[in-house]
Design a protein around this ligand. Structure first.
Ligand SMILES: [Zn+2]
Length: 475
């Protein structure tokens, strides 16, 4: 829906046309004024006028017919030339619709039936084992590519060893795959009847696939870990995390580039990023003069980040973006945080004992002290710069510290609700556009403020872009 709305609002109609949007018209406002008495008649009328109306619609006489329709489409769903996740069932008569009325959120005369997540069967070719930045080793299913809920799936998480054992998943098995929440592929189970005896049970490795250290299962944990602090897989994953959007937000330094830098021996820890040279970068695959210069500029700019980004980027155990924000606000400098005792840490709202222990343990390591000294020497900022934000504002909020102007009419919420959302995410809403405005949210019929923003070259978002950002904040 957001993709469609965004496409329609493209300023260049050629771009909008290139998206090849299509639609089924599904309702007619004020049909009764035309003497039409029911939804089905309204759709027939629209069709007669030449609008596209869904040809599969059906008027059912009773609930049994509705149930039969739903189960018919449950089976025929894959034959449709587009994806559906359910069927909308509506009361046909407008008079009855009026009598039923609506709740605050939705009409009482219409409901969406959601199909259960689509499940498909494919072959488990193998199980790959990966090491994360904290040393946790996770198994991933490598699958015979299969189409499920709109995309081709080749990999699915297997969580941990216990999961594989509980479901008795063996290499070569026919496995049932679905997408959790229609997004993340997941192995549901095994089709045991299809076994022919050639399947091999899987055992987690006893040693790290990257550094060959013995893997350990810590007490009370399901996961196996590589405890080697110099494990290449962990170092690489830590660099990726450090550069990520929610942490130091270094544009152009994604997983692929980090892996290249690491494999070329150019970086080993995060401090090494700050002494990279253009000559070193230009030698890398798909890295020209211009992208090398851009990457160096992005790395340089990251030195000015406020403390919470660095803190989150260091990857201290249990310290997520939100905790990093709270700690940065409270202690204001890295030095003060380094010196903080467990009691002082626990005095910060929402910082519990487990996290306090992890933080003191982190700073007690000589390697951590050394790393921070190096970063300081490179000029990386170690102080909190942000305004005092609300406690919920995530560190990676796009509105953090920004001055935002709302203009035009938003379809999904009132001006006040929009203001609240922006403030919740650390932004400030003002009434007029000026050079100090960072961002303009433009709804329907936006007028002079939008024009002024365009003249001043201020970033402008439409409603779908705005919704995407506030919903991201909610997850
Ligand atoms: Zn390792």
């Amino acid at each position: 829906r957001i993709a469609a709305a965004g496409s329609l609002r493209q300023l260049d109609p050629k771009v909008a046309a290139s998206r090849q949007l299509d639609l089924f018209v599904y309702g007619l406002a004020d049909a009764e004024a035309l003497g039409i008495a029911s939804h089905s008649e309204a759709l027939d009328y629209l069709q007669a006028l030449g609008f596209k109306v869904n040809p599969e619609r059906r008027r059912c006489a009773n609930i049994d017919e509705v149930i039969a329709f739903v189960s018919e489409w449950h089976d025929k769903r894959p034959q449709l030339p587009y994806e559906i996740d359910g069927i909308v069932i509506k009361v046909d008569s407008f008079a009855q619709q009026r009598a039923l009325g609506a709740t605050a959120k939705s009409p009482r005369w219409a409901i969406a039936y959601k199909f259960p997540a689509e499940e498909v069967v494919t072959t488990l070719i193998g199980i790959e084992v990966n090491v994360g930045r904290t040393g946790v080793v996770t198994p991933t299913a490598i699958l015979e590519p299969v189409r499920v809920a709109g995309t081709t799936v080749q990999r699915a998480t297997l969580h941990n060893e216990d999961f594989i054992r509980e479901k008795d998943i063996r290499i070569g098995d026919a496995v049932i795959i679905k997408k959790a929440g229609d997004i993340i592929p997941e192995v549901v189970g095994v089709v045991v009847d299809r076994r022919d005896g050639d399947e091999t049970p899987f055992a987690m490795p006893t040693h790290c696939p990257e550094c060959e250290s013995e893997l350990v299962r810590l007490e009370g944990e399901v996961a196996l870990r590589c405890l080697n602090p110099n494990c290449p897989a962990q170092l690489r994953e830590r660099l990726i995390h450090f550069a990520s959007r929610a942490a130091m937000n270094i544009e152009g330094l994604g997983e692929k580039v980090v892996t290249q830098l690491f494999n070329a021996g150019l970086v080993r820890d995060v401090a090494d990023l700050y002494c990279l040279t253009k000559e070193q970068l230009v030698g890398l695959e798909r890295m020209g003069e211009k992208s090398a210069a851009n990457l160096l500029a992005a790395i340089e700019a990251s030195k000015q980040n406020s403390l919470e980004r660095l803190l989150f980027g260091l990857g201290i155990r249990y310290v997520g973006a939100k905790a990093a924000q709270l700690l940065a606000e409270h202690f204001e400098t890295m030095e003060r945080l380094e010196r903080a005792t467990k009691e002082e840490l626990m005095a910060v709202p929402e910082i519990g004992e487990k996290m306090a222990d992890a933080i003191t343990a982190f700073f007690a390591q000589p390697e951590a002290t050394e790393l921070l000294q190096e970063l300081r020497a490179y000029g990386v900022n170690m102080a909190y710069k942000g305004p005092k934000r609300s406690a919920e504002a995530p560190a990676d909020s796009a509105f953090a510290g920004k001055t935002v102007v709302l203009t035009g009419k938003l379809a999904s919420m009132s001006r006040n609700e929009a203001k609240e959302q922006i403030e919740r995410l650390g932004g400030r809403v003002t009434g007029s556009v000026s050079r100090s405005t960072d961002l303009v949210i433009a709804g329907e019929d936006a007028g002079s403020k939008l024009e002024k923003a365009q003249q001043l070259g201020i970033e402008i978002w439409d409603e779908p872009r705005f919704l995407q950002e506030i919903n991201r904040g909610k997850r």
